[in-house]
Design a protein around this ligand. Structure first.
Ligand code: DGT
Ligand code: MG
Ligand code: MG
Ligand code: MG
Ligand code: MG
Length: 254
């Protein structure tokens, strides 16, 4: 077919291919969820329905995009790590980020009523933004997840104390325990540590539907929504994220 005289406009599109052979990390975050959580009366400081809905939306993303190895979620955000070798959309940044954000958002709305059973849909359309960051090695990847999980912990300790005390406090753990009968370390792990989704290695010939990522009950180390959490964040990630474990079976997730 002959080129139309209009086709030159295609030349205005910019090449946004991401560097090859490095990890692609996509993080999405709810826009204005301070307001969204108040409008929908999320429980304070943690609403387990909202967190489980986030996890379900992230599972949908991992189900669709096979090259995501691990995902970490907390609050109104989720991080997705792609394998170094991914050739999804020839690594075009806009295509990758927009697909993750769109799929996450539509799943969030689609599954809303499964978690908020007293309402058919949100009061207004939730919005998520997204960005891609490149990390050259496992060192940065581990530190990235350690950073996000430290954020979970710091925010949760602050928020738990804040809502219990009505104010900040010097010795939060002690006050929570002695005055509010709350043992911080016994709070649900999903509140203190966030959630991890791991892709389990399965034989190639199995149908794609068989690999819907699940939330494991127990993970090596401490990164789990429900397992008992003891070791430090960084040592946990060392066990969960090194490349051999990501690229091969067995070490993580099952
Ligand atoms: P942004 O991201 O700059 O558009 O603004 P926000 O308002 O989304 O702020 P962000 O992302 O830094 O903080 C997340 C907000 O969502 C924060 O105000 C707390 C709220 N949020 C997240 N999860 C929960 C929850 O489980 N319960 C309640 N009550 N609030 C939550
Ligand atoms: Mg923000
Ligand atoms: Mg936000
Ligand atoms: Mg946020
Ligand atoms: Mg098309």
């Amino acid at each position: 077919m002959a080129k139309s005289k209009y086709e030159y406009v295609k030349e205005f599109e910019e090449d946004d291919k991401l560097l090859r052979n490095v990890y692609i990390l996509v993080r999405i975050d709810g826009k204005g969820f301070h307001k969204f959580s108040a409008a929908h009366e999320f429980a304070k400081p943690n609403d387990v329905r909202a967190l489980n809905l986030m996890n379900h939306a992230a599972r949908s993303v991992m189900h669709e995009l096979d090259d995501i190895l691990i995902a970490f979620g907390e609050s109104d955000e989720y991080s997705f790590l792609f394998r170094k070798s991914t050739d999804l959309y020839q690594r075009r940044e806009a295509k990758i980020v927009s697909t993750v954000v769109s799929l996450f958002t539509s799943a969030y709305v689609y599954y809303w009523s499964d978690y908020f059973q007293d309402s058919r849909r949100p009061l207004y359309p939730p919005v998520f933004d997204g960005r891609a960051v490149l990390y050259p090695s496992e060192v940065e990847v581990k530190d990235y997840f350690a950073w996000r999980q430290a954020d979970t912990h710091i925010n949760n300790l602050f928020n738990t104390s804040f809502w219990a005390l009505g104010t900040d406090s010097k010795d939060k753990n002690e006050m929570l325990f002695t005055e509010f009968n709350t043992n911080y370390s016994k709070l649900p792990a999903i509140f203190r540590k966030g959630s991890v989704l791991l892709r389990e290695q399965i034989p190639k010939e199995m149908h794609k539907d068989a690999i819907i990522p699940t939330l494991p009950e127990t993970l090596p180390g401490s990164m789990s929504a429900s397992a008992s959490l003891t070791s430090s964040t960084s040592s946990t990630l060392e066990q969960s994220v090194p490349e051999p474990a990501l690229e091969s079976s067995g070490q993580v997730g099952s």
